[in-house]
Structures are given as C-alpha cells and as structure tokens.
Design a protein around this ligand. Structure first.
Ligand code: URA
Length: 283
C-alpha cells in the first residue's frame, strides 16, 4: 500500500510535468491580472439561444477580420508610429535613446516583458550585430544574447578574434515575445524607428544581421536568409550620412538546430574578418 507521502510525491511530479509541458508549448507568461476559470466558461450551454427581442432585427455584428502580420504593420495607428519616430529621432545619445524606449508605449510586448533589452558590448565598436528579439534569459537579465544562442554567438565571434569588447550587440525588437514566438510585423514596425536610430548613434563600420528577422526588417528584401546570408549589402537610414557595409548571417539558434549549416556560418565569419582586415589596412 502506498503511503501519503508517495501519493503526494506522485501528484507533485504530475503537476511539475504538466507545468513543463505548458512552458514547452509556449504558455510561459501570465498575461492577465485575473485568472480565467475556463471550466466555468465551458459549462455555459452551447446550444443556440434565441437572441433578445430588441436585437432580432439587427444585422449580425461582423467578426473582426484576422489580421495577418504584414497587414498588421500597415495598420499600425499613425499616431503610435509617429510617437516612436518622434521619440527615437529626438535621442542624441544612446542613453537618451534608452530613456525614449522606456517612455515608449507603442509596443504591447513591453506589458509582458520583465526588462527592456537595450544593448550590450562596446558602443564605440566598429562592428554592430543586430539579432531578432530577447529570449527568456535575456528578458530576465536585461542583456541581449546571454542564453544558449548567446554562448554560441560568443564562440563564433571568438573564432574571428572578436568579443563583447570589440562588438556592440542589440536586437530589432527590444522586448521578449511571449513563448519566444517570432515578432509580428506590427511589433517590428513599432520598434523600427528605435533600431534605425540605434544604428545611427552607434555608427558602426560593419553591420552584421543575425538571422532572417533583422535581415528582412532592415534590408527590406524579399529573399529569405538562405539566399541573403554571406552577401554584402549597403544599409542606410534617412539619418545616416553614408551607407554601412552589411552582411546577414545565420542565427545561432538556427545553427544549434541545424549543425550542418555551421560551415556556411563559418564562411560568413571569415568574410567579416576579411572586411575588418581590409578596413584596418585602409587606416
Ligand atoms: N536571440 C536573439 O535574436 N536575440 C537575443 O538577444 C537572444 C536570442
């Protein structure tokens, strides 16, 4: 016969497994102030109920259209977008830009994030890396690329004699999307004025776009990362005096899943090293 402590142990194991399953499935944020009892909602009868007399003649209310991500970006309220553009443009230093981001209310991700993940490394560096968005570790610590992908990124940089003192790192989105989902087009467009200003203020000599999301957000190209990685582009925003040589490469999270692609990332790293050496030779 099992003891009370055995059965207590079994149920706490079950609850822990259930919780882990939810976290793995992406349900890792409490996004409402008040818990919703979904069993009570399910208990409401689902058979069709006659409408109240006064609404019988009224036409059925249209269901809200499903907004796809690119459509959502186009529908970003102009006031909200202006808000971000004005705030970002008024920043004359990185400190001011960080303050402007802290004052910005145009991106709902801020509501669920623990920290604004602004940047890390050396703001005077000649090389700037731009990733996608913070993950759970970055959100907790408030620094970009500090989790498992960050550790791989550090090892990749070390292969070409770079480290956090010789690069500056940020993301195109400053808050963690719940469950580590990809940022939507609306979230990307809300953050765009800030990352553009961020690049203008750091003013690097080389820009490295880490993954498909920053590549499509900043280069506005239709091709995917597989086609774009390892090629040099010129990135320029309206506030920049001259374009910056820019190279997209694979995201370390992708390389952790697809180890066979590491050899392509290695080529990109060599191309970056060669570009740095070329710039050094000119100075
Ligand atoms: N992935 C990113 O793109 N950025 C981070 O900061 C961490 C993981």
């Amino acid at each position: 016969m099992s003891s009370d402590s055995d059965s207590f142990q079994r149920s706490s194991d079950t609850f822990r497994d259930l919780l882990r399953w939810q976290v793995d499935a992406g349900a890792d944020e409490a996004i409402g102030e008040v818990a919703i009892n979904r069993y009570a909602i399910a208990a409401v009868p689902t058979s069709p109920q006659p409408p109240p007399p006064e609404s019988r003649a009224a036409p059925a209310a249209p269901r809200p259209a499903v907004v796809t991500a690119p459509e959502a970006a186009r529908r970003t309220a102009p006031a909200e977008a202006d808000d971000g553009r004005g705030l970002a443009a008024s920043a004359r230093t990185l400190d001011e830009l960080e303050k402007a981001l802290n004052a910005f209310k145009g991106c709902a991700l801020k509501e669920t994030a623990t920290n604004t993940v602004f940047g890390d490394g050396n703001p005077e560096a000649r090389i700037m890396l731009v990733g996608e968005a913070p993950g759970a570790d970055e959100d907790r610590l408030g620094r970009p690329f500090v989790g498992v992908s960050g550790q791989l990124l550090d090892r990749m940089l070390a292969c070409i004699q770079l480290d956090r003192q010789s690069v500056y790192i940020t993301n195109v989105v400053y808050w963690r999307p719940p469950g580590n989902r990809k940022p939507t087009a609306a979230e990307l467009s809300a953050c765009l004025p800030f990352i553009e200003r961020h690049i203008e203020l750091v003013s690097p000599e080389i820009l490295v776009l880490v993954g498909g999301t920053p590549t499509s957000a900043l280069l506005a190209r239709k091709e995917g990362i597989m086609k774009l990685r390892g090629r040099w582009f010129q990135y320029q925003s309206p506030g920049m005096p001259h374009p910056i040589p820019t190279i997209p490469t694979y995201h370390p999270a992708f390389l952790l899943r697809q180890a066979s692609q590491k050899r392509m990332a290695w080529r990109d790293l060599l191309a970056i090293r060669e570009k740095i050496d070329g710039l050094d030779a000119q100075t």
